[in-house]
Design a protein around this ligand. Sequence first.
Ligand SMILES: [Zn+2]
Length: 229
Amino acid sequence: MGRQKAGKPRRARKPEPLLREWYGSAIYGEEFHHADVRTVGNSVQMTLLPAELEQGPGIWMLRLRAGGDDLERMADAFEFGREYIWGQEDGKEALIYLPAFASDEEGTLGRVPVPEPGGDLEFLRRKEFPLPIFEEMGRSIRKILPALDSSASHDNWTPEEHAFCDVCARPVFDTMPSGLTFTPSRGPLHLCPMCVRGETLKMLRTCGPDAFPEHQALLRELAQQLRSG
Ligand SMILES: [Zn+2]
């Protein structure tokens, strides 16, 4: 029998860090639109803006509990463009996702009174995004689910707080790689990661040179400043 070579000890692979947050933006209708999802304890916190709320346009923050809400199926509905409705705890309201509802290119997430069969849909709150943003959000929600802390109590939940980016108004949470910079024209500015990395400027350029001229000028000024260190 030949001698068997002992296999080289395998180098232990570094475990991939758990993804805990995702954020995306779109520009349409002359406005910046932002989405953010993150794990907080045993829940997913979703922040969407600007949304149509009961009192007018504003920021819509939702808490989706692991166990109570079927987060995997919600992720599937977003990613694969499936209509879906989630009952809420009180049984009176529901969350609904309707792909291609407002237009062929947009998905609508809404809070509605639990609809009667055949009854009209009445939105209490709603947010539209281009379908690719919902698709990416669905994929990302599935990726952050392993970071939920199943030992965290649902009772002691407080939303994670945020500031706003001074350029694009994205909600900026403490865990994000944000930046503070000073510009001669505007003084100190708190920037979100997308503005720091130049992604907002790139997105604005694809809308054309005349879109948001003030934002483009400011972001160009910031890019020059960041380049010159
Ligand atoms: Zn920004």
